[in-house]
Design a protein around this ligand. Structure first.
Ligand code: ATP
Ligand code: MG
Length: 339
Protein backbone atom coordinates (compact mmCIF):
# COMPACT_ATOMS: atom_id res chain seq x y z
CA UNK A 1 0.00 0.00 0.00
CA UNK A 2 1.15 3.53 -0.75
CA UNK A 3 0.48 6.59 1.41
CA UNK A 4 -2.54 6.42 3.72
CA UNK A 5 -4.06 9.57 2.20
CA UNK A 6 -3.40 10.98 -1.25
CA UNK A 7 -5.10 14.11 -2.56
CA UNK A 8 -4.31 14.61 -6.21
CA UNK A 9 -5.30 17.98 -7.70
CA UNK A 10 -8.60 17.93 -5.81
CA UNK A 11 -10.88 20.78 -6.82
CA UNK A 12 -14.41 21.61 -5.76
CA UNK A 13 -16.51 24.34 -7.28
CA UNK A 14 -19.86 25.11 -5.66
CA UNK A 15 -22.60 26.84 -7.57
CA UNK A 16 -24.49 29.27 -5.39
CA UNK A 17 -27.71 30.84 -6.64
CA UNK A 18 -27.38 34.58 -6.88
CA UNK A 19 -30.62 36.22 -5.81
CA UNK A 20 -31.32 39.40 -7.68
CA UNK A 21 -32.63 42.46 -5.89
CA UNK A 22 -36.25 43.58 -5.87
CA UNK A 23 -39.44 42.08 -7.25
CA UNK A 24 -38.34 42.49 -10.87
CA UNK A 25 -35.10 40.71 -10.03
CA UNK A 26 -36.93 37.89 -8.28
CA UNK A 27 -39.23 37.43 -11.29
CA UNK A 28 -36.29 37.48 -13.68
CA UNK A 29 -34.60 34.90 -11.43
CA UNK A 30 -37.56 32.56 -11.94
CA UNK A 31 -36.77 32.29 -15.62
CA UNK A 32 -33.03 32.86 -15.85
CA UNK A 33 -31.26 31.81 -12.70
CA UNK A 34 -27.85 33.27 -12.19
CA UNK A 35 -25.19 31.43 -10.28
CA UNK A 36 -21.92 32.39 -8.66
CA UNK A 37 -19.12 29.89 -8.85
CA UNK A 38 -17.24 29.40 -5.62
CA UNK A 39 -13.89 27.69 -5.98
CA UNK A 40 -13.71 26.16 -2.51
CA UNK A 41 -10.75 23.91 -3.37
CA UNK A 42 -8.32 24.37 -6.24
CA UNK A 43 -5.80 21.71 -7.22
CA UNK A 44 -5.19 20.54 -3.68
CA UNK A 45 -2.47 17.88 -3.60
CA UNK A 46 -0.70 16.22 -0.68
CA UNK A 47 0.25 12.84 0.70
CA UNK A 48 -0.08 11.71 4.29
CA UNK A 49 1.66 8.59 5.54
CA UNK A 50 0.48 6.01 8.04
CA UNK A 51 0.77 7.31 11.62
CA UNK A 52 1.19 10.98 10.64
CA UNK A 53 -0.73 13.67 12.54
CA UNK A 54 -1.13 16.63 10.22
CA UNK A 55 -2.60 20.06 10.96
CA UNK A 56 -4.77 21.51 8.19
CA UNK A 57 -4.88 25.27 8.62
CA UNK A 58 -6.40 28.24 6.91
CA UNK A 59 -8.62 31.24 7.56
CA UNK A 60 -12.43 30.98 7.55
CA UNK A 61 -13.69 29.90 4.15
CA UNK A 62 -10.27 28.65 2.98
CA UNK A 63 -11.67 25.26 1.94
CA UNK A 64 -10.58 23.00 4.82
CA UNK A 65 -13.95 21.40 5.54
CA UNK A 66 -14.58 20.99 1.81
CA UNK A 67 -11.33 19.05 1.38
CA UNK A 68 -11.99 16.89 4.45
CA UNK A 69 -15.50 16.12 3.21
CA UNK A 70 -14.09 15.02 -0.16
CA UNK A 71 -11.51 12.81 1.56
CA UNK A 72 -14.29 11.32 3.69
CA UNK A 73 -16.43 10.69 0.62
CA UNK A 74 -19.25 13.08 1.57
CA UNK A 75 -18.56 15.30 -1.43
CA UNK A 76 -17.55 14.39 -4.96
CA UNK A 77 -14.81 16.66 -6.35
CA UNK A 78 -15.42 18.75 -9.46
CA UNK A 79 -12.03 17.51 -10.72
CA UNK A 80 -8.99 15.70 -9.43
CA UNK A 81 -8.95 12.56 -7.39
CA UNK A 82 -8.04 11.12 -4.00
CA UNK A 83 -7.20 7.81 -2.41
CA UNK A 84 -7.66 7.05 1.25
CA UNK A 85 -6.33 3.66 2.33
CA UNK A 86 -6.33 2.84 -1.40
CA UNK A 87 -10.06 3.52 -1.72
CA UNK A 88 -11.63 6.31 -3.73
CA UNK A 89 -13.60 7.92 -0.88
CA UNK A 90 -16.74 9.02 -2.73
CA UNK A 91 -17.32 5.49 -4.02
CA UNK A 92 -18.25 4.89 -0.35
CA UNK A 93 -17.46 1.20 -0.34
CA UNK A 94 -18.35 -0.60 2.89
CA UNK A 95 -14.77 -1.70 3.73
CA UNK A 96 -13.66 1.93 3.42
CA UNK A 97 -16.43 3.18 5.72
CA UNK A 98 -15.19 0.77 8.38
CA UNK A 99 -11.67 2.18 8.31
CA UNK A 100 -12.05 5.92 8.68
CA UNK A 101 -13.98 8.46 10.75
CA UNK A 102 -14.88 12.09 10.26
CA UNK A 103 -15.64 14.20 13.32
CA UNK A 104 -17.24 17.56 12.61
CA UNK A 105 -16.96 19.74 15.70
CA UNK A 106 -19.83 21.92 14.48
CA UNK A 107 -22.22 19.00 13.98
CA UNK A 108 -23.77 16.40 16.19
CA UNK A 109 -23.72 12.85 14.88
CA UNK A 110 -25.11 11.13 17.99
CA UNK A 111 -28.78 10.41 18.60
CA UNK A 112 -30.00 13.46 20.48
CA UNK A 113 -32.76 11.73 22.43
CA UNK A 114 -30.87 8.66 23.55
CA UNK A 115 -28.45 8.18 26.41
CA UNK A 116 -24.87 8.35 25.14
CA UNK A 117 -24.42 4.60 25.83
CA UNK A 118 -27.29 3.65 23.51
CA UNK A 119 -26.10 6.02 20.84
CA UNK A 120 -22.72 4.26 20.92
CA UNK A 121 -24.52 0.92 20.89
CA UNK A 122 -26.30 1.94 17.66
CA UNK A 123 -22.94 2.76 16.09
CA UNK A 124 -21.75 -0.69 17.16
CA UNK A 125 -24.66 -2.22 15.28
CA UNK A 126 -24.05 -0.06 12.19
CA UNK A 127 -20.39 -1.01 12.04
CA UNK A 128 -21.15 -4.62 13.01
CA UNK A 129 -18.59 -4.59 15.79
CA UNK A 130 -18.20 -7.63 17.95
CA UNK A 131 -19.88 -7.12 21.34
CA UNK A 132 -16.80 -7.95 23.44
CA UNK A 133 -14.49 -5.74 21.37
CA UNK A 134 -17.02 -2.91 21.66
CA UNK A 135 -17.16 -3.24 25.47
CA UNK A 136 -13.37 -3.26 25.75
CA UNK A 137 -12.90 -0.22 23.48
CA UNK A 138 -15.66 1.83 25.13
CA UNK A 139 -14.35 0.88 28.55
CA UNK A 140 -10.89 2.15 27.67
CA UNK A 141 -12.06 5.34 25.94
CA UNK A 142 -14.52 6.50 28.64
CA UNK A 143 -11.71 6.33 31.18
CA UNK A 144 -9.21 8.11 28.97
CA UNK A 145 -11.74 10.89 28.34
CA UNK A 146 -13.13 10.86 31.86
CA UNK A 147 -16.81 10.43 30.90
CA UNK A 148 -17.68 7.05 32.42
CA UNK A 149 -20.33 8.66 34.65
CA UNK A 150 -21.96 10.38 31.65
CA UNK A 151 -22.82 7.27 29.68
CA UNK A 152 -26.41 7.12 30.90
CA UNK A 153 -27.19 10.77 30.27
CA UNK A 154 -29.23 11.85 27.24
CA UNK A 155 -26.96 13.27 24.57
CA UNK A 156 -28.95 16.50 24.45
CA UNK A 157 -28.31 17.01 28.17
CA UNK A 158 -24.54 16.63 27.93
CA UNK A 159 -22.34 19.71 28.05
CA UNK A 160 -20.57 20.67 24.82
CA UNK A 161 -17.29 19.19 26.06
CA UNK A 162 -18.90 15.94 27.23
CA UNK A 163 -20.74 15.58 23.95
CA UNK A 164 -17.55 16.12 21.96
CA UNK A 165 -15.84 13.42 24.02
CA UNK A 166 -18.74 11.04 23.24
CA UNK A 167 -18.46 12.02 19.56
CA UNK A 168 -14.80 11.01 19.66
CA UNK A 169 -15.65 7.70 21.27
CA UNK A 170 -18.35 7.09 18.65
CA UNK A 171 -15.80 7.88 15.94
CA UNK A 172 -13.27 5.44 17.36
CA UNK A 173 -15.26 2.37 18.34
CA UNK A 174 -14.62 0.71 14.98
CA UNK A 175 -10.89 1.43 15.40
CA UNK A 176 -10.41 3.48 12.21
CA UNK A 177 -7.01 3.74 10.55
CA UNK A 178 -7.70 7.26 9.31
CA UNK A 179 -9.25 10.05 11.32
CA UNK A 180 -10.44 13.39 10.00
CA UNK A 181 -11.06 15.89 12.79
CA UNK A 182 -12.70 19.16 11.78
CA UNK A 183 -12.44 21.57 14.71
CA UNK A 184 -12.99 18.98 17.45
CA UNK A 185 -12.20 21.49 20.19
CA UNK A 186 -14.35 24.36 18.96
CA UNK A 187 -16.17 26.14 21.76
CA UNK A 188 -14.70 23.95 24.51
CA UNK A 189 -13.33 25.50 27.69
CA UNK A 190 -9.56 25.39 28.18
CA UNK A 191 -9.63 22.36 30.49
CA UNK A 192 -11.74 20.30 28.06
CA UNK A 193 -9.62 21.42 25.12
CA UNK A 194 -6.54 20.15 26.93
CA UNK A 195 -8.23 16.87 27.86
CA UNK A 196 -9.22 16.28 24.23
CA UNK A 197 -5.72 17.20 23.01
CA UNK A 198 -4.02 14.90 25.53
CA UNK A 199 -6.39 12.14 24.54
CA UNK A 200 -5.75 12.60 20.81
CA UNK A 201 -1.98 12.61 21.34
CA UNK A 202 -2.10 9.47 23.45
CA UNK A 203 -4.52 7.72 21.12
CA UNK A 204 -2.63 8.46 17.92
CA UNK A 205 0.72 7.43 19.44
CA UNK A 206 -0.73 4.16 20.70
CA UNK A 207 -2.60 3.30 17.53
CA UNK A 208 -0.47 4.83 14.75
CA UNK A 209 -3.51 6.09 12.90
CA UNK A 210 -3.25 8.82 10.26
CA UNK A 211 -4.96 11.98 11.45
CA UNK A 212 -5.83 15.25 9.77
CA UNK A 213 -6.87 17.96 12.18
CA UNK A 214 -8.29 21.40 11.50
CA UNK A 215 -8.45 23.87 14.34
CA UNK A 216 -8.38 27.60 14.80
CA UNK A 217 -6.70 27.07 18.18
CA UNK A 218 -3.00 27.15 17.58
CA UNK A 219 -2.30 25.31 20.80
CA UNK A 220 -3.98 22.23 19.30
CA UNK A 221 -1.71 22.46 16.30
CA UNK A 222 1.46 23.17 18.28
CA UNK A 223 0.89 20.29 20.68
CA UNK A 224 -0.25 17.69 18.18
CA UNK A 225 1.07 18.35 14.70
CA UNK A 226 4.63 18.16 13.53
CA UNK A 227 3.55 18.86 9.98
CA UNK A 228 1.03 21.42 8.78
CA UNK A 229 -0.65 22.09 5.47
CA UNK A 230 -1.90 25.65 5.05
CA UNK A 231 -4.63 26.57 2.58
CA UNK A 232 -5.99 29.91 1.55
CA UNK A 233 -8.65 30.57 -1.08
CA UNK A 234 -8.82 26.84 -1.77
CA UNK A 235 -5.12 26.46 -2.53
CA UNK A 236 -2.26 24.92 -0.59
CA UNK A 237 0.46 27.45 -0.06
CA UNK A 238 2.53 25.73 2.59
CA UNK A 239 3.14 22.06 3.38
CA UNK A 240 5.93 21.26 5.79
CA UNK A 241 7.08 21.05 9.37
CA UNK A 242 5.64 23.49 11.86
CA UNK A 243 9.18 24.61 12.68
CA UNK A 244 9.70 25.55 9.03
CA UNK A 245 6.79 28.02 9.28
CA UNK A 246 8.74 29.86 11.93
CA UNK A 247 11.78 29.88 9.64
CA UNK A 248 9.74 30.96 6.61
CA UNK A 249 7.40 33.48 8.13
CA UNK A 250 8.74 34.20 11.62
CA UNK A 251 10.53 37.38 10.75
CA UNK A 252 11.02 38.59 14.34
CA UNK A 253 11.98 37.55 17.85
CA UNK A 254 10.79 39.00 21.10
CA UNK A 255 13.47 40.29 23.50
CA UNK A 256 12.60 40.97 27.13
CA UNK A 257 14.95 42.94 29.34
CA UNK A 258 14.61 43.84 32.99
CA UNK A 259 16.93 46.48 34.39
CA UNK A 260 18.37 47.30 37.80
CA UNK A 261 16.97 50.83 37.48
CA UNK A 262 15.18 52.90 34.84
CA UNK A 263 17.48 52.74 31.79
CA UNK A 264 18.45 55.73 29.66
CA UNK A 265 19.45 53.86 26.53
CA UNK A 266 17.58 53.93 23.23
CA UNK A 267 15.76 50.89 21.89
CA UNK A 268 15.61 51.86 18.25
CA UNK A 269 16.77 48.43 17.05
CA UNK A 270 13.26 47.10 17.43
CA UNK A 271 9.64 47.93 18.01
CA UNK A 272 8.69 48.48 21.67
CA UNK A 273 5.79 46.15 22.52
CA UNK A 274 5.60 46.81 26.28
CA UNK A 275 7.46 49.12 28.59
CA UNK A 276 7.51 49.71 32.34
CA UNK A 277 9.99 51.71 34.45
CA UNK A 278 12.44 48.81 34.67
CA UNK A 279 11.52 46.49 31.82
CA UNK A 280 11.03 46.49 28.09
CA UNK A 281 9.75 44.00 25.52
CA UNK A 282 11.02 44.53 21.98
CA UNK A 283 10.11 42.96 18.67
CA UNK A 284 13.33 42.74 16.69
CA UNK A 285 13.97 41.44 13.15
CA UNK A 286 15.75 38.07 13.39
CA UNK A 287 18.81 39.40 11.57
CA UNK A 288 19.31 42.10 14.21
CA UNK A 289 18.76 40.08 17.40
CA UNK A 290 22.49 39.63 18.19
CA UNK A 291 23.19 43.30 17.53
CA UNK A 292 20.23 44.46 19.67
CA UNK A 293 21.32 42.24 22.59
CA UNK A 294 24.91 43.48 22.32
CA UNK A 295 23.92 47.16 22.25
CA UNK A 296 21.48 46.91 25.16
CA UNK A 297 23.73 44.71 27.31
CA UNK A 298 26.67 47.06 26.91
CA UNK A 299 24.72 50.29 27.40
CA UNK A 300 22.16 49.48 30.09
CA UNK A 301 22.33 47.96 33.53
CA UNK A 302 20.59 44.66 32.65
CA UNK A 303 19.26 42.47 35.47
CA UNK A 304 17.85 39.71 33.27
CA UNK A 305 16.86 39.07 29.66
CA UNK A 306 15.26 36.46 27.42
CA UNK A 307 14.83 35.85 23.69
CA UNK A 308 11.59 34.23 22.50
CA UNK A 309 9.93 33.32 19.25
CA UNK A 310 6.79 35.27 18.38
CA UNK A 311 3.57 33.40 19.18
CA UNK A 312 2.84 30.93 16.37
CA UNK A 313 -0.61 32.56 15.93
CA UNK A 314 1.03 35.78 14.89
CA UNK A 315 3.45 34.07 12.55
CA UNK A 316 0.65 32.20 10.83
CA UNK A 317 -1.50 35.32 10.65
CA UNK A 318 1.37 37.04 8.90
CA UNK A 319 1.81 34.05 6.60
CA UNK A 320 -1.87 34.38 5.56
CA UNK A 321 -1.48 38.10 5.12
CA UNK A 322 1.73 37.86 3.07
CA UNK A 323 0.19 35.12 0.98
CA UNK A 324 -2.97 37.14 0.37
CA UNK A 325 -0.92 40.16 -0.69
CA UNK A 326 1.28 38.10 -3.02
CA UNK A 327 -1.82 36.46 -4.48
CA UNK A 328 -3.49 39.82 -5.17
CA UNK A 329 -0.31 41.26 -6.66
CA UNK A 330 -0.09 38.29 -9.00
CA UNK A 331 -3.69 38.82 -10.07
CA UNK A 332 -3.12 42.58 -10.16
CA UNK A 333 -6.07 43.18 -7.85
CA UNK A 334 -6.26 46.09 -5.38
CA UNK A 335 -4.76 44.94 -2.10
CA UNK A 336 -6.16 47.12 0.65
CA UNK A 337 -9.78 46.64 -0.32
CA UNK A 338 -9.60 42.84 -0.19
CA UNK A 339 -7.83 42.08 3.09
N1 ATP B 1 -22.64 23.95 0.01
C1 ATP B 1 -22.02 25.07 -0.34
N2 ATP B 1 -22.51 25.86 -1.34
C2 ATP B 1 -21.87 26.97 -1.72
N3 ATP B 1 -20.70 27.41 -1.18
C3 ATP B 1 -20.17 26.67 -0.19
C4 ATP B 1 -20.79 25.47 0.29
N4 ATP B 1 -20.04 24.95 1.28
C5 ATP B 1 -18.98 25.77 1.42
N5 ATP B 1 -19.06 26.81 0.54
C6 ATP B 1 -18.08 27.89 0.38
O1 ATP B 1 -16.83 27.30 0.06
C7 ATP B 1 -15.76 28.00 0.69
C8 ATP B 1 -14.95 27.05 1.55
O2 ATP B 1 -15.76 26.64 2.64
P1 ATP B 1 -15.23 25.63 3.77
O3 ATP B 1 -16.36 25.35 4.66
O4 ATP B 1 -14.55 24.49 3.12
O5 ATP B 1 -14.13 26.55 4.51
P2 ATP B 1 -13.31 26.27 5.85
O6 ATP B 1 -11.86 26.45 5.50
O7 ATP B 1 -13.71 24.97 6.43
O8 ATP B 1 -13.75 27.49 6.78
P3 ATP B 1 -13.98 27.57 8.39
O9 ATP B 1 -12.60 27.78 8.98
O10 ATP B 1 -14.83 28.79 8.54
O11 ATP B 1 -14.64 26.32 8.83
C9 ATP B 1 -16.42 29.16 1.46
O12 ATP B 1 -16.35 30.29 0.64
C10 ATP B 1 -17.85 28.68 1.65
O13 ATP B 1 -18.72 29.78 1.74
MG1 MG C 1 -14.62 24.45 8.22
Amino acid sequence: MGSAIVADALSKTYRAYRKQEGLAGALKGLFARQYDEIHAAKNVSFKIEEGEFVGFLGPNGAGKTTVLKMLAGLLVPTSGTARVLDFIPWERKAPFKRQFSLVLGQKNSLWWDLPARESLELNRAIYEIDESIFRRVVDELVDLLDVRDKLNIMVRELSLGERMKMELIAALIHRPKVLFLDEPTIGLDLVSQKKVRDFLRHYSEENRISTVLTSHYMQDIEELCKRVIIVDHGQVFFDGELDAIIENFGGHKLLRFTFEKTPFCSFDLGEIIERTGTSVKLKVPRSRVAEACRVILSNCDVHDFSVEEEPIEEIIRRAFHDHAVADRLEKQEPIAAKI
